[in-house]
Design a protein around this ligand. Structure first.
Ligand code: FES
Length: 139
């Protein structure tokens, strides 16, 4: 049996373990979102995380209709029924669970998701090929 390559035993970069976003308790069920900044390709943009049906979800704060931020007040993304993410500009409605637009001028489009995970009492977000930290995390 051969030993794994040395790189196999290297410590995992911090971003592969997730980047701490907030305490889980900061995300109340269908409550206000936690805002955070990311790089979308080479552009700094705002993202948001909220809790819906018990689990955290996160998206880039950019409407699929016009690339504009959607919250009607900072961190307020849900409509009056607390069922939909609503764009404050022209009223597009998105499913919080998967970001699919189900009503409005961009019906059938999707928000850009940010992977988040709750472990213990913390929520972490995970960079991807297109979404990276604003600043490289220390590993
Ligand atoms: S900018 Fe969001 S619905 Fe038009």
């Amino acid at each position: 049996m051969t030993s794994p390559p040395a790189a196999h035993n290297a410590p995992m970069p911090a971003h592969e373990k997730g980047i701490e976003l907030c305490d889980g308790s900061a995300l109340e069920e269908r409550g206000a979102a936690v805002l955070f900044d990311v790089m979308l390709w080479d552009e700094p943009v705002r993202a948001f995380a909220l809790r819906y049906d018990g689990r955290p979800v996160a998206y880039v704060n950019r409407c699929a209709h016009v690339p504009a931020e959607m919250d009607w007040q900072p961190g307020q993304f849900l409509d009056a029924s607390r069922e939909w993410i609503i764009c404050s500009i022209h009223g597009a409605l998105y499913q919080p669970a998967d970001g699919l637009c189900v009503g409005g001028p961009c019906k059938g489009s999707r928000l850009i998701p940010v992977r988040v995970e709750e472990r213990g009492d913390k929520v972490y977000w995970y960079p991807s090929r297109e979404i990276r930290p604003l600043f490289a995390p220390c590993s």
